[in-house]
Design a protein around this ligand. Structure first.
Ligand SMILES: [Zn+2]
Length: 61
């Protein structure tokens, strides 16, 4: 039943990968000023780049 072992390894690798993504993103939080957009709409409708997060939409904790 080597096939079953391969399936288990793939699932474990996937879980570990998802865990790494979640913990990796915990260093950052959504920018409060632009609400994670990286820009906000100016009065005349043009996009102003957010100066807090430099347009990335997220800031370090
Ligand atoms: Zn921002």
């Amino acid at each position: 039943m080597i096939f079953r072992v391969v399936i288990i390894i793939i699932i474990l690798a996937l879980v570990y990968y998802l865990y790494r993504i979640m913990t990796g993103n915990s260093e950052y939080r959504k920018c409060q000023k632009c609400n994670g957009q990286g820009y906000w709409k100016a009065t005349r409708g043009e996009r102003d780049k957010c100066d807090i997060c430099k347009g990335s939409g997220k800031v370090l904790r």
